[in-house]
Ligand binder design. Structure first.
Ligand code: HEC
Length: 457
């Protein structure tokens, strides 16, 4: 029976038309059973089976001095959390990778999720009483880079340039603040950027920094998005960062140009958390080697889910209700979508990005069904999986909001919620780096990717 339901469900998933049905019912469909069956067929122990998983998928954040609330390095540290771990991994809330693995793009550069097999192993271990096993089976402790707070370091080495904002002191109790200092970028010649990462200057700063946008202020009309309907308020952007986000790494031969004299114009959203905290934000820039000029520019774009323009966006969420908003953006040139980062506030529940092609067919690009405000995770598509669309494709973004008490992040389900910058107001857009290509390049790509063009429809 369950098997039959699963295969029906798979059929549904193949059909983009049925996608909205899927979304409505997603919460009720039988998930793959992660709680039974033996993963390895023999007793699961911490030393042999669990420690390697924690090293690979958890300790980047769960170790002393890193961002998570507890360390999951030794058995003694991990044991008290066994039940919580079981619950978080089954719900796929931890690691914080909340994209639906069954629809849309499925290969990512920064995938940190657990495999079904790993989840089963963890569950089995907890259900068996979370035994240590034989200490001799423990893997040797994982070595972490000294400067690990730049997440991209592991892949790219340390950043070439770090630009810091002026610090800001947030009082213990205060309204939200938007801090907008300007910092110089120390460059004396034009250079191309291949990766960017923003972070608060200190761990304490992470508590108060909801998001930070680094606009690129320089005299270069080409660094601004070529005429789309998307909302960047006419400014070039280096990066947007929000709680939990990693870095942006552009595909080979793609980048952003920074000219001498350029500045970072910051827009940092800070909120009070009950203690006074002083911190700055900073952006790390990884450059292409001198003289190397990538062929394409990439533009960070906010594809809106909410109708209206600029400040006058039409989101209207009644108390104790679930609601939906949807908007459309036409691609004026053929384009590659490089990543997906859903952005909503406390009532955010889910977001989908679909593409409606000029021939009328449509594809699901990505769907995050378990959006959690604490995690603005950036899903970076693998180079060979990033979707490529012809001119005239419509990007359709749908956002769902949960203003009921079922939403653990909801501060007050009895409030009416409208559009705004405060975390208690709402927004809804998909941040995507868009690389525009020529018609010739698109045609060449389409000729060699006939399977890709039909496979995901
Ligand atoms: C990208 C960083 C990151 C990764 C990777 C990560 N965590 Fe977490 N984890 C956090 C942070 C930050 C919190 C606290 C905020 C929250 O609950 O979302 C947390 C919370 C938790 C909690 C809840 C703690 C509580 O107070 O109840 C559990 C359990 C947990 N993580 C387990 C895991 C496990 C197991 C893994 C690996 C399979 C993992 N996490 C991977 C950052 C991370």
């Amino acid at each position: 029976m369950i098997q039959a339901q699963l295969s029906v469900c798979r059929e549904l998933r193949r059909s983009a038309l049925a996608f909205s049905v899927l979304l409505l019912t997603a919460g009720f469909l039988p998930a793959a059973d992660l709680t039974s069956g033996t993963a390895a067929g023999k007793p699961v122990t911490f030393a042999k089976d669990i420690a390697p998983i924690l090293q690979e998928k958890c300790q980047e954040c769960h170790r002393t001095g890193s961002m998570a609330p507890m360390s999951l390095v030794t058995y003694e540290e991990t044991r008290p959390w066994a039940k919580a771990i079981r619950q978080r991994v089954i719900a796929r809330q931890m690691p914080p990778w909340h994209i639906d693995p069954t629809v849309g793009v499925q290969k990512f550069k920064n995938d940190m999720s657990l495999t079904d097999e790993q989840i089963k192993t963890v569950v089995q271990w907890v259900d068996a009483g979370a035994p240590l096993g034989d200490r001799k089976d423990m893997p040797s402790p994982k070595q972490w880079p000294a400067d690990n707070d730049w997440k991209a370091t592991r892949e790219l080495g340390p950043p070439d340039i770090v630009v810091k904002s002026e610090p800001y002191t947030m009082a213990a109790h205060h309204q939200d603040v938007w801090w907008r200092p300007v910092s110089n970028i120390p460059l004396t010649e034009p250079r191309w950027v291949r990766a960017v990462e923003i972070r608060p200057g200190t761990l304490a700063g992470r508590k108060i920094t909801h998001h930070a946008v680094a606009y690129l202020a320089q005299d270069d009309p080409q660094s601004i998005l070529p005429g789309t309907d998307a909302d960047n308020r006419g400014r070039a952007m280096l990066m947007e960062w929000a709680i939990g986000k990693g870095y942006d790494l552009y595909r080979p031969d793609t980048g952003k140009l920074i000219l001498p004299g350029a500045q970072v114009s910051w827009d940092v959203h800070i909120h009070a958390v009950g203690e006074e905290i002083r911190d700055n934000v900073e952006i790390g820039l990884w450059l292409y080697p001198k003289g190397q000029e990538p062929k394409y520019r990439t533009y960070l774009t906010a594809f809106q889910a909410i109708k209206g323009r600029d400040r006058a966006r039409l989101v209207d969420i009644a108390p104790n209700s679930i609601s939906e908003s949807q908007n459309f953006t036409v691609l004026r040139q053929p384009a590659i979508l490089e990543n997906f980062q859903p952005h909503m506030h406390l009532r955010g529940k889910a977001m989908s990005v679909e593409a409606i092609l000029p021939d009328g067919s449509s594809q699901v690009v990505s769907y995050v069904g378990k959006f959690n405000f604490n995690w603005m995770t950036n899903y970076i598509y693998a180079d060979d999986a990033a979707p490529v669309f012809p001119k005239g494709t419509i990007i359709k973004v749908t956002a769902w909001y949960d203003n009921t008490k079922a939403n653990a992040n909801n501060p007050d389900p009895d409030q009416w919620v409208g559009f705004g910058d405060r975390t208690v107001d709402e927004m809804g857009h998909a941040w995507m780096n868009v690389t525009y290509i020529s018609d010739e390049d698109y045609n060449a790509w389409a000729a060699t990717h006939k399977n890709r063009l039909t496979a995901t429809r």
